[in-house]
Design a protein around this ligand. Structure first.
Ligand code: LLP
Length: 382
């Protein structure tokens, strides 16, 4: 749907707010369904950290996704919004005891374990509760993804996962613990990845590891390759739905699944990124000696990606068709990094104009904060 057609509705609402386009979300979910149909053993878990809006979650759950959670809060939210516990995988380097208890109580599918101390704590808690925890090990494959430094996760220097060379040893430890059951391997090399070569490199690393583990007599039921597929931030209208054909095709071609082995994905951004926009209003146009600023009522508290990662979002003025001018688009927060874009071309902008930041469906609302005692942004969904 053309966001410009939303102008009349947006005019009625107090800014800033998130708006989710469920038509586009349904189209995206349908594309994923089509591209995975007929590929045996493929399972999708939605990475809840990208967007936990209840209505968005419900649509994703109804499309047959499980969930990928990284906190007790996310597990609770998923259970409240219809996800079955046995479709939930639970990752994160710092799982607290109460979160492990909650997950065991609910009966989640699997813990993605990131260290030996964590494995031992899970085993201890499971044993006390009289349960057996299914675990996968998150492996650091040391594959560099071509994306922003703060969102690559698969390099040896990152805090995530266990080194590949230690795997046989770690699986050996798990096998000694009666209250855990080793079921699989988990990977995630980073986020906003647009080069399929990066996912192909991951496949080769997994193939190597599987060969080695097999030689050591270790059988693996599940392979979880994480998420990471990127979206086109520069052209949201040209590419509203990511290239899932290339993505799933890369795994189908390069990953050597063993007979009966199940393949799990944890996509976040690619599912919801293009479906959300942050809608704001121009408060002031401020001219200084060297710059013209459009000061909007949304700030880094509502969408932190530009300030935190230098990310750029496409910005549109829905109210003006005037001649194009160059602006720095900034928020009201008392931080010099509260900038959405520098030297950005917009039609001549005035106080009161509706301004939209596109592709904000992933890591937008979920990363909002109350800094400066601001209210969290509201969300509307069509
Ligand atoms: N699985 C694991 C283990 C992850 O750490 C992540 C994301 C995902 C799946 C989902 O990745 P996706 O498909 O969304 O790329 N806040 C940053 C992104 C952080 C990603 C963290 N992990 C941003 O705004 O770009």
């Amino acid at each position: 749907m053309d966001i410009k057609n939303m102008k009349d509705r947006f005019e009625q609402l107090r800014t800033p707010f998130y708006y989710y386009d469920t038509g586009l979300l349904s189209e995206t979910l349908e594309t994923i369904r089509r591209e995975t149909a007929g590929r045996e053993g493929y399972h999708l878990h939605y990475a809840v950290k990208a967007c936990a809006n209840p209505e968005v979650l419900r649509l994703i759950q109804q499309a047959g996704f499980g969930a990928d959670c990284v906190s007790g809060g996310e597990i609770r939210t998923c259970l409240e919004n219809g996800f079955r516990a046995d479709t939930i995988v639970f990752a994160g380097v710092g799982k607290a005891d109460w979160e492990i208890e909650l997950a065991l109580e609910a009966g989640i599918q699997c813990f993605n374990v990131e260290s030996i101390p964590e494995l031992e704590v899970i085993a201890g808690i499971a044993s006390k509760m009289g349960k057996v925890a299914d675990v996968s090990f998150r492996i650091n494959p040391d594959v560099g993804a071509h994306t922003h430094g703060n969102i690559t996760t698969g390099l040896a220097e990152n805090k995530f996962g266990i080194a590949m060379k230690d795997m046989t040893h770690v699986i050996g430890i798990a096998r000694q613990l009666p209250s855990v059951r080793f079921t699989g391997l988990h990977f995630h090399i980073g986020s906003q990845i647009l080069l399929m070569d990066d996912f192909e490199a991951l496949c080769h690393r997994i193939n190597e590891l599987q060969d080695r583990l097999e030689a050591d007599g270790i059988k693996v039921e599940n392979i979880n390759v994480g998420g990471g597929l990127g979206i086109d931030y520069a052209h949201p209208d040209e590419h509203p739905v990511p290239d899932f054909n290339a993505y799933f095709g890369t795994y189908a071609r390069h990953l050597k699944l063993r007979p009966g082995q199940q393949l799990h994905f944890e996509l976040g951004r690619a599912v919801v990124g293009q479906c959300g926009s942050l809608v704001t209003r121009c408060l002031y146009v401020k001219q200084t000696e060297s710059k013209q600023f459009v000061i909007v009522d949304a700030g880094m508290t509502d969408l932190i990606r530009p300030a935190l990662y230098g990310a750029s979002h496409c910005i549109q003025n829905l109210s003006s068709t005037g001649p194009v001018r160059t602006y720095d688009v900034v928020g009201p927060i008392c931080e010099s990094s509260d900038v959405f874009a520098k030297d950005y071309l917009l039609p001549e902008t005035r106080r009161g104009d509706l301004i939209v930041l596109r592709s904000a469906g992933a890591y937008g609302e979920t990363m909002a904060s109350c800094y400066n005692c601001r209210e969290l942004p509201k969300a509307y969904i069509n």
